[in-house]
Design a protein around this ligand. Structure first.
Ligand code: THU
Length: 135
């Protein structure tokens, strides 16, 4: 699947977001290194803290299906400027595939390419725990 098709998928699922409270739809499309695509949108809850972001839905769907190596993540919003993942999603993204390409897009065709190194510098990662376990 190419970038254009992956972006189209993210924009398409953004429109199905369950966001009755914020009315802010977010779509995600995640391409695995094995070539599979997992999509997600934000799912809100009347108990606001129980809501989950689009990126985490897509990543957790993939991981729960045995996929942990990711190639590209597209995050789509309907904002004038593409919107960037929240802090919790950045931490979840950083757990998998350091070389993941991240495309932030809007539904008007704007695309910004970034990376987890840029979004979450000096991240707390599993190597720190592995280092501690060796001591
Ligand atoms: N949201 C996402 O789905 N992804 C993000 O990275 C930022 C925020 C959702 C959560 C909530 O449903 C709505 O956008 C407004 O915060």
């Amino acid at each position: 699947m190419n970038d254009k098709e992956l972006i189209e998928k993210a924009v398409e699922v953004m429109k199905q977001a369950y966001a009755p409270y914020s009315k802010f739809g977010v779509g995600a499309a995640l391409l695995t290194k094995s070539g599979k695509v997992f999509t997600g949108f934000n799912i809100e809850n009347s108990s606001y803290g129980a809501s989950v972001c689009a990126e985490r839905v897509a990543i957790f769907k993939a991981v729960s299906e045995g996929e942990k190596e990711f190639d590209t993540l597209v995050v789509a919003t309907g904002t004038d400027e593409p919107s960037s993942p929240c802090g919790i999603c950045r931490q979840v993204i950083s757990e998998f595939s350091n070389d993941l390409r991240i495309l932030l897009v809007n539904d008007k065709g704007k695309v910004i390419e970034t990376s987890i190194e840029k979004l979450l510098p000096l991240a707390f990662t599993k190597d720190k725990l592995e280092e501690r376990n060796k001591q």
